[in-house]
Design a protein around this ligand. Sequence first.
Ligand code: ZN
Length: 139
Amino acid sequence: MELSHIEHVGIAVKNLEEAIAYYENTLGLSCYAIEDVADQKVKTAFFKIGQTKIELLGSTHPNGPIGKFIEKRGEGIHHIAFAVNDIEKSLEEADKKGIRLIDAKPRKGAEGLDIAFLHPKSTFGVLTEFCEDKNISSD
Ligand code: ZN
């Protein structure tokens, strides 16, 4: 497989507004998008640093995946996302190498990217996401 860069780092936070204020006022980044992902019970805020993004994940319900994550492990880094040039092929290759997949097939994630997750039990404790932007890499 071919990873080109870190697409984003996902960070679980208890209070999205306070976390946004820290990234903007202390780190000097600016939030360029906020997205409510209802089926994941999460509200996301995006910042850009070079070609990498920071994705803040605020839970909108304690029973959602981020709510549960924070309860179990506290706030902090939730996942790392790598940009890949062929997500189907990358998943197939990971599967062949015995990596446990959360998503056997890519699905649509934030910003219209095709995304899929690898299970942290197979990736040394780090929830790992593959992302492909088919709008720029389809040819
Ligand atoms: Zn992500």
